[in-house]
Design a protein around this ligand. Structure first.
Ligand code: AMP
Ligand code: GLY
Length: 469
């Protein structure tokens, strides 16, 4: 079976690696020459992965049996639609359904219209003049400002982390509106985040192990939001702070979201990624993505049992998944990204790393290549994006974390990595945070009373009907 993988990051390297282990041939369309993909691929082309015409031309020329779209931008550009029109089964929703990620406003209004539970309180000011009144509705409770469109995980401003005073958040919201964008204001949720991904196709929603991503650039969860500095998953596919009941609640919300899309006539064959916050009110939805997380996809793909991944993806692309193919091993995983110094703020591109990849693999770990360029044997040059995803497994998360730390001796050069990902201390802190939030008698976080209840349509926005379709 021959698969086209679209995209050139560590997530796509992991997808191609899992396909290759299932004896599939992989061809790659990406804008960069990812060294990991280059070594695996039977053929590759350097094109803009959002260029539908060229992607389809390449897929046809290569005679692929199926395609898998890695990043969000090609989905938002309609690349999956174009591949389907060319009769190529594709993992990745069409452009209209991919709005569940590419338009946060579409997503929130869709779920509100269909009464899907688990949304935080939100408001969608339509014009600069409406912002101050919307901010006033939070009645002094902290809030979050989100651009509606794609921002590679970097556009969201959270009060207390990215701004202090409500007027600063209001100014940011106004600047986004003035740039012609759409903006959401949401109550700030207190809790622990988790990523729940699932394969979604006509025959159902098929969950993967839960993962926790580390979004902030710096240790101790300081610094700006990034695409993700690393992530972990637990042996039982839950998380130290996440019970089976809470995970099932999140999965039920995902099933309802897929139902809401269907009810609007949008069919979905691809990956659905729910970003949730586990709060005192249960899991609440931060956002949906229409693809594997990066790095979360690396955790789960490294757990997929040898042999059947191509069949599984073909099932997703064709509308029917055989549930016996959902085989994720019962092991903990940790992924840490090596990034250029200054990443998250002022990344210094161009530094060269000396990497003994064979030694890392010999130790039983994996290196998935991100935005790096090969400049010689065992030498890669960092760009200003995330460079190398080093991945380990073990029975316990902290052991997998320690294994990644141990493998850093095989990489020489200037880079930044978050050493706190997957440490016992960090895990204990998160578990304690949730224990305190869920403790009987714990004071619930203050809720602004004047803001609409979770399922009501936003007060200062167009009606949901106007927005959908
Ligand atoms: P998003 O792109 O919506 O996932 O937002 C990026 C990051 O901002 C999330 O991973 C959270 O860390 C944070 N965030 C988003 N929405 C909220 C919220 N309502 N309350 C608290 N933090 C949030
Ligand atoms: N790691 C977050 C994302 O893939 O969106």
């Amino acid at each position: 079976m021959r698969f086209l993988v679209i995209g050139g990051g560590a997530r796509e390297h992991a997808i191609a690696w899992a396909l290759a282990k299932a004896n599939a041939e992989v061809v790659v369309a990406s804008s960069n020459a990812n060294p990991g993909l280059q070594h695996l691929a039977h053929a590759s082309t350097r094109i803009d992965p959002t260029d539908k015409v060229r992607v389809v031309e390449f897929a046809r020329a290569q005679g692929v049996d199926a395609a898998v779209v890695g990043p969000e931008a090609p989905l938002a550009a309609g690349v999956a639609d174009a591949l389907r029109e060319a009769k190529i089964p594709t993992v990745g929703p069409n452009q209209d359904a991919a709005r569940i990620e590419s338009s946060k406003r579409f997503c929130r209004q869709l779920l509100a219209k269909h009464g899907v539970a688990g949304q935080p309180r939100f408001l969608i000011p339509q014009a600069v003049e409406e912002v101050d009144r919307a901010v006033g509705e939070f009645a002094g409770a902290p809030f979050v400002v989100k651009p509606s469109g794609l921002t590679a995980g970097k556009g969201v401003w959270v009060q207390g982390s990215d701004f202090t005073e409500p007027r600063e958040g209001a100014a940011y919201a106004k600047s986004l509106l003035l740039q012609g964008g759409s903006v959401l204001l949401e109550e700030k949720l207190d809790g622990e985040e988790f990523s729940q991904m699932a394969f979604v196709t006509d025959s159902g929603v098929y969950p993967m192990p839960a993962v926790q991503d580390f979004k902030r650039a710096k240790e101790g969860n300081l610094g700006g939001n990034t695409g993700g500095m690393g992530s972990y998953s637990q042996r039982d596919h839950l998380l130290p702070f996440l019970s089976a009941a809470a995970r099932n609640q999140a999965l039920s919300m995902m099933e309802q979201a897929v139902g809401a899309l269907r009810a609007e006539g949008f069919h979905y064959r691809g990956i659905l990624y729910g970003g949730f916050m586990l709060t005192a009110r249960g899991p609440l939805l931060l956002e949906y993505n229409a693809r594997f997380g990066d790095p979360e996809g690396v955790n789960v793909l490294s757990l997929y049992e040898e042999g059947n991944f191509a069949e599984l993806l073909l099932g997703v692309a064709s509308g029917r998944v055989d549930p016996t193919l959902l085989r994720f091993r019962l092991r903990a995983t940790v992924v840490k990204y090596l990034v250029p110094p200054g990443y998250g703020d002022r990344p210094q591109a161009g530094g060269v790393l000396e990497l003994d990849a064979p030694a890392i693999e010999a130790a039983g770990l994996h290196v998935f290549y991100g935005s790096v360029e090969e400049v010689g044997p065992g030498r890669v040059r960092l760009s200003n994006s995330r460079g190398l995803a080093i991945t380990a497994e073990a029975s316990a998360i902290h052991e997998a974390g320690a294994r990644v730390e141990g493998a850093l001796k095989f990489v020489k050069g200037a880079y930044y990595v978050r050493h706190d990902i997957g440490t016992k201390e960090d895990l204990a802190r998160r578990t304690e945070h949730i224990r305190q939030l869920l403790a009987p008698g714990a004071k619930p976080s203050p809720l602004p009373l004047s803001v609409a209840p979770p399922n009501a349509p936003p007060s200062s926005s167009a009606s949901p009907e106007e927005m959908i379709g």
